[in-house]
Write a new protein. Structure first.
Length: 410
């Protein structure tokens, strides 16, 4: 079927984390709340619509939010609660089409082209979905319907909360003509700045800009920008479980305070290495590229990497090489954030190692993983992590309900 005849739906849950907390605690309903992490230097992950009226936004620290809204209520996030709710919502969506893509924990795309014969219209499907999510989950969502993913996501943003917007083919030129370029998914602050510097502020202007000049400035991305400005997007909706293999496994952590002493850095790097190694082992993946990310208090961030001769998912291999990277860097003061990543992945089909010392190491890791799978992360851990800081991590935008991208963070 031609892409132009597709009917794509984008579901966007309204203030998802905050709405889940308000659903679970009636005392929070109708009040300005902000969901935050458990660490002292946490930021707002989601604000309720009552708080947004005062200007509270995602990414603000607690003090900025409190300054804008003196009556704001801070709620420490419960990630497992959000994951469970998201999985239930996806279960509802699958009743309308098997072609459901989990775009993030609170967003999904549906290709309903093949489902129309079972329903009256795309609008009818959207109304039924909104009704079921409201009755069965107790939440509201905004829905956009369009010929492709780019426009469906744009449509869902046009009316919030609890909106429903349909963009038809004949409406596309009118809608895009004066639309600011940053309203399109994929055009972030830096790209917007580059385009604005070229005199391009609207999609209409971008569509009229010479392709050769866009390609000269942005390379192959230039052609994609030209298509986006015309509302063209041929990317398919990828059903859950059919996503391409993950290219990396990583974790990062904003530290409770800026650290500069080596002992504390090593503790956090070991913790991150264990999180990466365990997730890689769970999904039988090994990698041979280790990356260490460092962020300074001024938010300057950089990554260094090291390529191994052999593939691994062993915590101590990852930790050892992350330390080698750390030792090769001349640090400039304290560190705000650390991240460890394993990439250049391959499936692990190997049997137990030949040498006894290596077998003992692998058997130990298997036993530890089994206990932690049953009783929770870090139930059994390395001695130097017994006093580790326990905080609720932020769910990554790359979270998915299945496979290695499903991170069971607390």
């Amino acid at each position: 079927m031609s892409n132009i005849n597709r009917i794509i739906m984008h579901i966007d849950m309204n203030a998802f984390f905050a709405s889940v907390e308000q659903r679970c605690n009636p005392k929070l309903r109708g009040k300005p709340i902000a969901v935050i992490g458990s660490a002292e230097r946490t930021v707002v992950t989601t604000a309720s619509y009552e708080a947004r009226k005062y200007g509270v936004k995602t990414g603000m620290n607690k003090y900025e939010a409190k300054k804008l809204c003196s009556g704001i209520i801070f709620v420490t996030g419960d990630n497992q609660k959000y994951i469970d709710t998201s999985v239930r919502i996806l279960g509802i969506l699958k009743d309308f089409t098997p072609v459901v893509e989990a775009y993030s924990i609170d967003e999904a795309f549906l290709d309903i082209t093949g489902s129309l014969s079972l329903f009256k219209s795309p609008e009818d499907i959207a109304i039924v979905i909104k009704d079921r999510i409201r009755k069965e989950i107790g939440l509201t969502c905004s829905i956009g319907i369009a010929p492709n993913k780019l426009l469906a996501k744009l449509a869902s943003d046009m009316k919030k909360p609890d909106g429903l917007v349909i963009i038809k083919g004949e409406d596309i030129p009118r809608i895009l003509e004066n639309l600011p370029v940053e309203e399109l998914c994929g055009i972030g602050p830096k790209l917007k700045e580059h385009l604005n510097d070229m005199g391009i502020k609207t999609c209409g202007q971008l569509g009229k800009y010479p392709l050769r000049l866009l390609k000269r400035k942005f390379g192959v991305i230039g052609e994609g920008l030209k298509l986006m400005s015309q509302g063209i997007d041929n990317s398919p909706v990828i059903p859950i479980g059919m996503e391409e293999e993950a290219k990396s496994v990583g974790h990062s952590m904003t530290l409770p305070y800026d650290i500069s002493d080596e002992i504390t850095m090593k503790k956090y790097i070991l913790q991150l290495s264990e999180m990466v190694g365990r997730r890689a082992r769970r999904y039988r993946l090994k990698g041979r590229n280790i990356s260490l990310t460092i962020r300074y208090p001024d938010f300057y961030t950089f990554t260094r990497q090291k390529t191994l001769k052999v593939y691994t998912n062993d915590t101590h291999d990852i930790y050892h090489h992350a330390l080698l990277i750390l030792n090769s860097i001349k640090l400039k003061g304290g560190i705000r954030l650390l991240g460890v990543r394993l990439s250049d992945l391959m499936k692990d089909y190997s049997q137990l190692p030949l040498y006894e010392e290596d077998r003992k190491k692998e058997i130990t890791l298997i036993a530890m993983d089994g206990i932690n799978d049953k009783f929770g992360d870090f139930t059994i851990t390395w001695g130097r992590l017994l006093e580790r800081d326990r905080e609720s991590g932020v769910i990554s935008p790359s979270w998915r309900p299945e496979g290695v991208k499903r991170v069971e963070c607390k």
